[in-house]
Ligand binder design. Sequence first.
Ligand code: HEM
Length: 287
Amino acid sequence: MAANPFSMVSLFMQFYDIYANYLNYIPGIYSKLYDSKDLRLFVAKRIKKNQETLDPNFPRDYIDCFLVQMEKVPYSEYNIKNLQLSILNLILAGSETGSCTLKYGFLFLTKYPEVQAKVHEEIDRVIGHDRVPNTEDRRQMPYTDAVIHEVQRCSDVLPMSVAHMVTCDTEFRGYLIPKGMTVYPILSTVLHDPTMFKSPNVFNPENFLDENGRFKKNDAFVPFSSGRKRNCLGESLARMELFLFFSTILQSFQLKSLVPPEDIDLTPQKSGFTNIPPFCHLSVIPR
Ligand code: HEM
């Protein structure tokens, strides 16, 4: 993806993202940027397979539930096009965000081996090695929970969230934001707010721990954006995935950098719509 000039983080793509409405009038490749034929075909095939084997009394997944609803409410927003688009939306929104956070997590854990050692200690004490981690374990693992929060805070994978549109004239700090204006919530500034975090610009799990080592919530933790109606739809799934991936990998492996940890440069390889972590080789050593 990094080598692709039209990747979602390139300057061009940022331009496209902000001025998509205008670029759509220009002939050429621009209008196809978000249009992946392979992915659309994959989704269409999957929907067809569900349609052929659908039992309305036993819906197996999101596609089945949507298909049942299409039967119940014909000529509504429950139509095949919306089903395809919402699946594409889930795939696009849920893949790169999670994989970038995981990659950044591995980088932080190799750069700060003392943090990794504490996570290992907590995994060994709470989960042990005779079973796989489950989501319930998280509550007994404040340090690991704090590390994952800090990984998400520092990796800041969607620094400008996504575009929102103001639904009515709004006055904010003396400025009038007219109805219909596109606004970008800059999550980065919140995630690095010096009034909200002890060490805003340094990776430090203590940002999410109280003096007794208990997990401490922070209202400025907004990697999934905020608000009741338009924050990340996949937040709970993503949080569960991140905990299970990190704890399962670290239960069995130690991650070690091939260069001295202090030489690991955490500067994103690309920074734009998303922050893409830099390339890094690391050893994965069984424990
Ligand atoms: C670490 C992982 C993730 C991060 C950091 C993340 C972050 C975000 C952010 C910042 C937004 C914009 C919210 C807004 O409108 O202000 C968003 C939207 C969204 N996310 Fe996630 N996300 C993650 C994982 C996922 C997953 C796993 C899924 C689903 C499988 C998902 C589905 C969505 C969808 C569908 C939207 C659009 C919601 C809408 O239309 O308003 N995300 N995400």
